[in-house]
Design a protein around this ligand. Structure first.
Ligand code: GDP
Length: 442
């Protein structure tokens, strides 16, 4: 899980602070020493750590924090505020030109950073917002890159412009703008070539594209898991090419968090989005305040709500509510509830965003795969059995177990769980009364 060890360490420091009724200057300094160590171990840039710790210490000691009612909480509040400001305080959006003027995004980054995947992720999000994006394959060096963009573009329902691998990227970029104009696309996303390391020819190519095409924003894609290397890469790109913002990929696998916490302070450029997985929907807007809450182990309720809103179909939720009222809730409904949880990223992901739960999770073995075997069991039932689970006698259950390739006990267990949750839902429904539930399926 992202930031796991940093969150653990910071929470320990906070626990110590909270446990003390009064704080002395020495207590604060001691706590800040721990914070400093935790940040350095999380691979946060050394200079960033030094200035962060100094600012927090000065604020905590300088104000009336120590004599206040709840000094521990006040110090935590200062850490939270400063961490938000380190990452930019406000969410920064990609700049999009108004109306049908063509917006051009130049996407840059090293090979393997996740650039091609991210281009497709962004195209999908913009399409959802009613824009008409065009993906452009300017990576003429990596043989599979064009194909990869075409496959991902098709998955997103976004057109892909290519001219094969024999043309110059500048010519491709120029031609793509013409193509966009003719085909009514108002956003052009240029997927450029990466290299294994920062090199002159890559920088020159990007400079050339910028010199010949009216680029609206240059966006750098970096891999969070490379920690300070990602920060150094961002600094070099900013110096050589000039960037407007950064997309931090693979944050789902970054247990340390150093890049997320350093990039803004080192480069002066905001993080726009974060990649949270390989799937094309796994791209989240970057909110410094939400990210801070996650890092400090305070959960991220806003992202959770947004995920639920995206995953839940209101019409379906309304139908479900009626079924619950009439006690007609069957296995098909159970299945669709499970699919909504999956759409939200699986149980582990959801639970980790609930305040206080994230840090408890690492010792619990949540088996997202168990959902697959439940699905298999339900798919092995007849429509009648799904709608009316009370007809499931032992011989039917035996047939279902064989069909799903599971043990009879597994089917029995699911039936029992289903009955229990049906009972619980009926009770909850009763408690909420009429009109108690409007939105959301679970
Ligand atoms: P490119 O060379 O920069 O174009 O990189 P690709 O788009 O080909 O991505 C390299 C690998 O990283 C692929 O296997 C992607 O599926 C994976 N990847 C990209 N973004 C993410 C992310 O946010 N999380 C995870 N876990 N994997 C990602």
């Amino acid at each position: 899980m992202a930031f796991e060890s940093l969150t653990d360490k910071l929470q320990n420091v906070f626990k110590n602070l909270r446990s003390k009724g009064r704080l002395t200057e020495a207590d604060v300094k001691e706590a800040m020493k721990e914070v400093k160590r935790a940040l350095l171990e999380a691979d946060v840039n050394f200079r960033v750590v030094k200035s962060f710790v100094k600012t927090v210490t000065d604020r905590a000691i300088g104000q009336d924090v120590l004599t206040g009612l709840n000094p521990g909480q006040m110090v935590i509040k200062i850490v939270k505020e400063e961490m938000e400001s380190l990452m930019g305080s406000e969410m920064t959006e990609l700049v999009i030109k108004p109306g049908n003027e063509i917006t051009v995004f130049l996407m840059a980054g090293l090979q393997g950073a996740g650039k091609t995947t991210t281009c497709a992720k962004i195209a999908g999000q913009l399409k959802k917002k009613g824009k008409k994006p065009l993906l452009v394959a300017c990576d003429v060096y990596r043989p599979a890159a064009i194909k990869q963009l075409e496959v991902n573009g098709a998955k997103q329902g976004v057109p892909v412009f290519t001219m094969g691998d024999k043309q110059n990227p500048v010519d491709i970029a120029k031609a793509s703008i013409e193509h966009a104009r003719e085909n009514d696309n108002n956003i052009v996303i240029l997927d450029t070539a990466g290299r294994l390391h920062v090199d002159e020819s890559m920088m020159e190519e990007l400079q050339n594209i910028k010199a010949n095409v009216d680029v609206t924003q240059t966006v750098l894609v970096v891999d969070a898991m490379t920690g300070q290397d990602a920060v150094n890469v961002a600094k070099t790109f900013e110096e050589k090419v000039g960037i407007d913002g950064v997309i931090l990929t693979k944050l789902d696998g970054d247990t340390r968090g150093g890049a997320a916490l350093s990039i803004r302070a080192v480069t002066g450029k905001p993080i726009l989005y974060v990649g949270m997985g390989e799937k094309l929907e796994d791209l989240q807007q970057f909110y410094p305040d939400r990210m801070t809450s996650r890092i400090l182990g305070m959960g991220d309720v806003f992202t959770l709500i947004e995920k639920a809103e995206n995953a839940v179909d209101e019409e379906e939720a309304r139908k479900l509510e009626q079924k619950l009222r009439k006690a007609e809730f069957g296995f098909d409904d159970f299945l669709s509830q499970m699919q909504q949880i999956k759409k939200m990223g699986g149980l582990t992901d959801i639970l980790s965003m609930i305040p206080g739960v994230g840090s408890q999770l690492k010792n619990v073995d949540i088996d997202d795969g168990a959902m697959d075997s439940i699905e298999a069991i339900i798919y092995s039932m007849t429509p009648e059995e799904r709608a009316n689970p009370s007809i499931l006698n032992p011989s039917r259950k035996k047939r279902i177990a064989a069909g799903a390739g599971v043990k009879l006990q597994d089917v029995n267990k699911l039936c029992k769980q289903f009955e229990q949750s049906r009972k619980m839902m009926k009770q909850m429904n009763g408690m909420m009364g009429k009109g108690g539930r409007r939105k959301g399926g679970f």
